[in-house]
Design a protein around this ligand. Structure first.
Ligand code: BOM
Length: 141
């Protein structure tokens, strides 16, 4: 659900600042991670892909090949309130997007394509949060 996704995004997004330097993601591209879900934000920058890899690694959500770690992602989402309502769907959506871009060799470039695909699929499925929903739960993490 969008409510659960707002919690996951709020928590995951807290790791952005730790990853800015090594990813080269400037505040001009993405100032706060919750804007990822904004209609106005285009998920296109390679640096965002690098940042997502760095952020995922803080929570062991990726395998060494920069693909999602299914079990850890499932457990991570389940750790949030009502997370069991979202975990299987989210793992499925990300996995389908990974399949679509599997031919892209550069990890950062591939991950940003997977993230853009995931944003679209989540909107289609009605599980994309509004930015305001994320801001409302940011203080919990
Ligand atoms: O193959 C790459 C798998 C990783 C893709 C990560 C997609 C996440 C997009 C960014 C949205 C974040 C919202 C919540 C955090 C979930 C990890």
């Amino acid at each position: 659900t969008a409510e659960v996704m707002s919690h996951v995004t709020a928590h995951f997004g807290k790791s952005l600042e730790e990853c800015r330097e090594e990813s080269g993601l400037s505040p001009e591209i993405l100032e706060e991670f919750q804007h990822f879900w904004s209609e106005d934000f285009e998920v296109v920058h390679r640096e965002l892909g690098c940042a997502l890899i760095c952020m995922s690694n803080k929570f062991s959500l990726m395998e060494d090949d920069a693909r999602m770690h299914h079990v850890n992602m499932h457990d991570y989402i389940k750790s949030f309130p009502k997370g069991e309502l979202l975990s299987a769907k989210m793992v499925e959506l990300i996995h389908n997007c990974e399949q679509e871009y599997d031919d892209i060799k550069d990890d950062c470039s591939r991950v940003v394509k997977v993230a853009a695909c995931f944003k679209l699929s989540a909107k289609d499925e009605g599980i994309a949060p509004e930015v305001a929903m994320i801001e409302a739960v940011l203080e919990k993490y």
